[in-house]
Design a protein around this ligand. Structure first.
Ligand code: 6PG
Length: 468
């Protein structure tokens, strides 16, 4: 029994994760039915490291040190249950199974309970950073059994991305917490991607070329918007097509795909409930992008001659810069508020200071903003919404005026900017001491005797409306 760690599923993510672990001094073994993937794993190992690929699951299990640490990186859903079923006859009490895919946390909860009865530890772990992250250092979001985590902790810390020498991995809570945090990470990822695409739409409408878009995003990535998503966006505008002489971005279909994590974030936010409208909007816009045929008809039917022109001035670019910054902060605020609530309501004990710390490096939503949030939670680990932190408030206020101006431009020019608009609408509601929802209460009581509370007298009231 010589191997420290086993992996099931040797797609690019599984292979890269193992190679990363081997580079950090651990002996690793992978299983894939496809022999070509085993060869690819061994063939890409760094000389001097201990890496083996096998096409018999029982062989892999028999070669692992005890208690065994077995991770799977397979598609979410039934494949995870199938892997568990095939592992069960081979494992022993105390062994650890890790699901590193994007599983829904309720599935993880079910599996944790099922395997606990068999005295096998099951951990749901969020892994972010794509192929390159898995190879060079992902952000890792583990949840579940704390004892099992302590077992695998040295290995996870070794492979994780490092920020100022600190590994981007920490125990993020009980039961399904790891997958819950990863789901919300992806919800924020959807929101920021939507906001960047709206910023692109506005700048493109103003006439910026791909070269100018590249330069703009590149400059932004050197300032307060510095982040992985802004960085790759700058790169994307440079990429030439290898089939035509166009820029690749211009020949890519506008129908956006999705695998479910953004939708789950919205669905689960409504279950709690917590308001995450920028994430909801991002999910809706991906759905709307699929209505291609209808959009073509509607474009002809509603083509407008009244839309204002947008002019490519530095002033406009600055407004987009601030608008994107403002709405990005609002996206994190909504996602983190969701984690705050879910941690309590679902008894997951998610430590928010650790979550934002883990997100500083390796993951898709890493950004220079994250240390600001780390500070906010250092000051108050029980912060229900980062918008209530003084430093965050200053950053939001500094971009507020330009955000309002930008949204007015977009509305007048007829450019869809639902994410930006939604972030401002949330902000304006959130900072309202009194919302107009008193009227909704009155209406509910009027037509359905749903009752209401008063601002001056305690208790519950009902009125026979319209009988004066
Ligand atoms: C990550 C990503 C990763 C994946 C998403 C994409 O953190 O590395 O989130 O998990 O890219 O699942 O999701 P969609 O296909 O739904 O856009």
């Amino acid at each position: 029994n010589i191997f420290d760690f086993g992996m099931i599923g040797l797609g690019v993510m599984g292979r890269n994760f193992l190679l990363n672990m081997a580079d950090n001094g651990f002996s690793v073994i992978g299983f894939d039915k496809d022999a070509a993937k085993n060869t690819a794993l061994e063939g890409s190992a760094t000389p001097g490291t201990t890496v083996k690929g096998v096409s018999e699951l029982s062989q892999m299990i028999s070669l692992l040190k005890r208690p065994r640490n077995v991770m799977m990186l397979v598609p979410a859903g039934q494949p995870v249950d199938d892997v568990i079923a095939s592992l069960l006859p081979l494992l022993e009490k105390g062994d650890v199974i890790i699901d590193g895919g994007n599983s829904h946390y309720t599935d993880t909860l079910r599996r944790v309970k099922y395997l606990r009865e068999k005295e096998i530890h099951f951990m749901g772990i969020g892994v972010s950073g794509g192929e390159e992250g898995a190879r060079r250092g992902p952000s890792i979001m583990p949840g579940g059994d704390l004892a099992a985590y302590e077992n695998v902790r040295p290995m996870l810390e070794a492979v994780a991305a490092k920020v100022d020498g600190t590994p981007c991995v920490a125990y993020l809570g009980k039961e399904g917490a790891g997958h819950y945090v990863k789901m919300v990470h992806n919800g924020i990822e959807y929101a920021i991607m939507q906001l960047i695409s709206e910023s692109y739409a506005i700048l493109k409408a103003a006439g910026l070329s791909n070269q100018q878009l590249h330069e703009t995003f590149k400059t932004w990535n050197e300032g307060k918007l510095k982040s992985f998503l802004v960085e790759i966006t700058a790169d994307i505008f440079l990429q030439k097509d290898d089939k035509t002489d166009a820029h690749l971005v211009d020949v890519i279909s506008d129908k956006a795909g999705s695998k479910g994590t953004g939708k789950w974030t919205s669905q689960d936010s409504m279950e709690l409930p917590v308001a995450v409208p920028v994430i909801d909007t991002a999910v809706a816009m991906r759905t709307l992008s699929g209505y291609k045929d209808e959009r073509i008809k509607a474009a002809a039917l509603y083509s407008t001659t009244t839309a204002a022109q947008i002019v490519p001035t530095q002033e406009l670019i600055d407004k987009v810069y601030d608008g994107l910054y403002f709405a990005t902060i609002l996206s994190y605020a909504q996602g983190l508020a969701m984690l705050f609530q879910a941690s309590k309501d679902l008894q997951m004990d998610i430590p928010l200071p650790e979550v934002v710390s883990v997100w500083r490096g390796g993951c898709i939503i890493r950004a220079s903003l994250l240390p600001v949030f780390v500070n906010a939670y250092k000051q108050n680990p029980e912060l229900s919404n980062i918008l209530l932190n003084q430093e965050v408030a200053e950053l939001v206020k500094s971009a507020e005026g330009n955000t309002r101006a930008l949204i007015a431009h977009a509305a007048q020019a007829g450019i869809p900017a639902a994410g930006l608009m939604s972030s401002l609408a949330y902000f304006d509601a959130y900072r309202s001491e009194r919302m107009p929802t008193n009227l909704i209460q009155a209406q509910r009581d009027y037509f359905g005797a749903h009752t209401y509370q008063r601002i001056d007298i305690p208790g519950t009231f009902h009125t026979e409306w319209g009988q004066q």
